[in-house]
Design a protein around this ligand. Sequence first.
Ligand code: NIG
Ligand code: FE
Length: 424
Amino acid sequence: MSQTLLITGAAQLLTLGGSAPRRGKALGNLGLVKDGALLVRDGVILAAGPRAKVEAHPEVRSAEKLDLGGRVALPGFVDSHTHLIHAASRAEEYDLRIAGASYEEIARKGGGILNSVKKLRAATAESLKARARAALAKFAEHGTTTVEAKSGYGLDAASELKILAVQQELKSEQSLEIVSTFLGAHVVPAEYRKKPKGADAYVELLAQQLIPEVARRGLAEYCDVFCDRGAFSVQQARRVLAAGRACGLVPRVHAEQLARTGATQLAVEMHAASCDHLEKINRADMRALAKSQTAATLLPGCCFHLGLPRYAPARELIAAGAIVALATDYNPGTSPTLSMPMALSLACTQMRMTPAEAIAAATINAAYALGRQKRVGSLEAGKQADVAVFDLDDYREIPYYFGVNHCWMTMKRGRVVWGKESFQ
Ligand code: NIG
Ligand code: FE
């Protein structure tokens, strides 16, 4: 039996319909419908738009009804950059950083990512899964319906496979969609740092053994590299991404976060799905991104958490015509938040994106960054009914009320996965 649902009472329905991805001025176009409605059958949108128009659909008569009571409805957020699976926080480093130590100083002393690697290797798959499950429930609570998840705190075959296997299990054991990325090239693991040419040896392990195995077992869709000072060089990153590409894994890149290394040019050259961070990007990099199909994913949570003043140049990237997306970068080192509304607040106040641009960057452009723009990221006939409802009068209040979650209900494929009022 098919199930039909009529959703009315959206004082503002942000449809984000039309072409994807959005560049330049089009980024600020939300496709806002006042007194909007959605008709959903079996998790897929049959009609979206003004209430009167949607109610004229023949399937409305047999539909179950849900009234949003004059709230704001928009596509569920697509968080296109997270390090979902980690064993614990790094609160001890938070203290050190507040006392004046920099992120890179802490990393050089064996803290940072290697600290999380030690903790992850010692953790059981069950405990990692339990922690991630709890986090996913919180993602849903904040209006997120699709989550990209990277490995990268294992850095040996067994531990990286353990992370990706947990991600696979979570795909079927909870409601949010998880998109898996292999990030074996996060940093060089401690055991390889002692050997001469250890970094290159580790890159060869990834390229010749681990990437083919991950691909063969269908454990990831994307292959990412942290191409930055203290992590991997452009040459090493190219080797990793090419090996991934040869096995069918689409490239993504962590680029120009700590220093300008040329990682963005590599991402464009490799036709990466996205190039993320970009705090230290230069004008030539921006022009290259603008001419490309690679999304520029900005992660303002990092500068905020690390207390750094130089956010990515969102305004210049938008003006140049790059495909700007926003994500949380949920991770224990640089951005321990899973709140897309908070990422929006930071995008607005620290990078001067408008609330409308920030919302489009966190929905339709983020869906594009994950190759899912045909299925999610907007509310249009034929798309999945992934909806976030905020208990607010105006969409601008989502970033405006920073640090407080006003998400009232979250729906994934037409099913309520989080809500203040139970339904069904
Ligand atoms: O996206 N830049 C590299 N990776 C993460 C940080 C990881 C960590 O510090 O644990 C990031 O910021
Ligand atoms: Fe990251």
